[in-house]
Design a protein around this ligand. Structure first.
Ligand SMILES: Nc1nc2c(ncn2[C@@H]2O[C@H](COP(=O)(O)OP(=O)(O)OP(=O)(O)O)[C@@H](O)[C@H]2O)c(=O)[nH]1
Ligand SMILES: [Mg+2]
Length: 332
């Protein structure tokens, strides 16, 4: 076989809305301008908002969306083929993969490890991002949900430090520093700002690899979580304030009996193009460089919210005192 250089391949994992795409964007903005980086994202929904964001905000990278479907398993089936496509179409210096927050990182890592040789990639230390705001020793010890992220990490990042107090940041660091086997790095940050040097690390944390080798495929997808999405013509425009008020209400009270776990959209509004999201039980907005269409996707639990209902909920006329109180209430 021809001796081609292996492409370093990074995976950036973590629960929903924790700051994975922010960390990748931050890397793309700061890495050497001549470096050719391919990014594979696997969004939870049918639309693929992360690829939209990355394409608009990091045009220097080649971005490919792994299409959605079964929110935790599709990536495993489609991933090798997507990597093959990306590396055959482009000469890449580096590949970054963001699995959906619904995916099990250990399964993605195990699959990539098995396919390293065939795909011509070299798996780099796994970057796992957690929310410092969410940190609690007892919870992180007790819940399997957090273990599946922290166990898979070579580099463990506590993001969202701007929203957590000093003492919580210290406790998270201390907890992570005592993990056995030890992590290669434990970092604390905000907005996904990671030092570039962690993308140059090549060795993996002790034992992580062996424990992965014994991992069995386990289809642990929570069937009460549902995704939905829509794409609308760019000519359609929304009132930003109406969207913010409605999304704040949805964030607080859900839709019918359903909680909205995560929502992200780009909208053509009277105030320009905006990214508007629900993440970590908060509504945020910021300007977007995307212009192609209005698009949004969401995750609900325990039931499905269809496109028609969602569109009606976010575009519902407002102007009542109650609605505006709702906005202030969720804005803390
Ligand atoms: N305040 C604050 N907001 C953050 C931070 N990191 C990310 N965000 C915001 O949180 C939202 C979600 O961030 P993303 O980077 O999209 O998170 P993600 O993990 O890629 O989300 P999914 O792919 O949907 O699971 C965005 O609106 C970010 O701008 C942070 O450290 N502090
Ligand atoms: Mg993301």
């Amino acid at each position: 076989m021809a001796d081609r250089t292996l492409i370093p391949c990074h995976i950036v994992c973590g629960p929903l809305g924790v700051g994975k795409t922010s960390a990748i964007l931050n890397y793309l903005r700061h890495c050497a301008p001549r470096q050719r980086v391919g990014v594979l994202v696997n969004d939870f929904g049918p639309v693929g908002l992360d690829s939209t964001t990355l394409e608009a905000d990091a045009p220097m990278a080649t971005v490919l969306n792994v299409p959605g479907g079964c929110i935790c398993c599709t990536m495993l089936e489609e991933l090798p083929e997507c990597i093959r496509r990306l590396v055959s179409e482009q000469t890449l210096d580096r590949l970054i993969i963001e699995p959906s927050g619904m995916a099990s990182p250990v399964q993605v890592i195990a699959l990539l490890q098995e396919a390293e040789r065939e795909l011509n990639i070299r798996l780099q230390p796994a970057i796992v991002i957690l929310s410092t705001v969410d940190f609690d020793e007892e919870k992180f010890e007790r819940l399997a949900y957090y273990h599946r992220f922290s166990d898979a990490a070579d580099i463990l990042v506590f993001n969202r430090c701007d929203q957590a107090g000093e003492s919580k940041i210290k406790r998270a660091q201390e907890w992570a520093g005592n993990l056995d086997p030890p992590k290669l790095r434990v970092l604390t940050t905000s907005h996904g700002e990671l030092p570039l040097e962690i993308f140059e690390l090549t060795e993996q944390a002790t034992h992580t690899r062996e424990s992965l080798a014994h991992h069995h495929h386990d289809h642990s997808h929570d069937s009460t979580v549902h995704s939905g999405g829509f794409v609308l013509d760019a000519a359609r425009s929304f009132d930003k304030e109406v969207l913010l008020i409605n999304l704040s209400r949805i964030c607080l009270t859900g839709i019918a009996e359903n909680q909205v776990l995560r929502l992200k959209g780009v909208f053509h509004t009277h105030a320009g193009w905006q990214t508007i999201e629900i993440a970590n039980r908060m509504v945020t907005s910021r300007p977007s460089a995307h212009r192609r269409d209005n698009r949004m996707e969401w995750l609900t639990q325990p039931g499905v919210v269809d496109q028609t209902r969602m569109l009606m909920e976010i575009d519902r006329p407002v102007g009542f005192a109650g609605d505006r109180r709702g906005l202030r209430g969720s804005d803390r």
